[in-house]
Write a protein that binds this ligand. Sequence first.
Ligand code: NAD
Length: 275
Amino acid sequence: MNSPSISTEENTLANSDPRPHTLDLRGQRGLIIGIANDHSIAWGCARSMRALGAELAVTYLNEKAKAWVQPLAGQLQASLLLPCDVRQPGQLDAVFETIRNHWGRLDFALHAVAYAPKKDLQAPLLDTSASGFSMAMDVSCHSFVRMARLAAPLMEHGGTLLATSYYGAEKVIGHYNLMGPVKAALEAVVRQLAVELGPQHIRVHALSPGPVRTRAASGIAAFDELLDQAARRSPEHTLVSIEEVGAVAAGLVSDLARGMTGNVVFVDAGYHIMG
Ligand code: NAD
């Protein structure tokens, strides 16, 4: 059988842009914040990025979490494994100081972090305490701003920052409660940072995965209903896996996505298009 041949014209087109046309993260260095265990969305992302050749720095929340994260960091052959509780003054700064000393630069950073006190997360928004609301906002949203501020000086030749949102930012989703407004703020932050960091060629996106059974998700009441509904109503009638989210994240930090910034990128088997 004859193999299809590429005409000279097609070859010329492919060669007219000298930048990479294949998904390849070799030579890129990235920070991953948000691995708790092997169900974490951040783990799916880190694994895809590593498989494509990226060198990674990984953080863990505290000593208890370290026991789970350390073996995963080993599988990723992570160059750095560092503590990072974004509520502990100085810890995020220390992560970036270590990256500066070790690598001298950074190409991408993933923020896959969220928290709200259970009492506030499971209450109607009307009953949310001021302290619970501001803690959720600080950990799940403003820490992304702090991460961007620290990352930008290390991205002299540009880079990518990824946050992790959810459809509840846009539509009211049962039991998502205060996290809806928090994720809405996060998506607005992504757009604002995309504009502020655009001149430095730093691209900023929010990934918006469909529901995934993770530790953070277990705090949301009736999460099984969300999973059922997503599987029933999405065009593909399926749930997304952390591998599928990771593949998109890896694409976004690659040079192939250089034409995009400020997006909310749904990885939800199409659920968000349903009326
Ligand atoms: P997860 O529990 O695996 O990850 C949440 C991470 O947040 C953990 O690693 C935890 O250590 C970290 N974290 C919490 N408080 C922190 C703090 N003070 N400092 C540093 N890290 C802290 O759950 P996940 O579902 O993978 O969550 C990752 C992100 O994905 C979150 O932003 C979540 O809102 C978002 N998301 C989840 C789903 C889902 O259905 N699971 C869907 C869309 C978006």
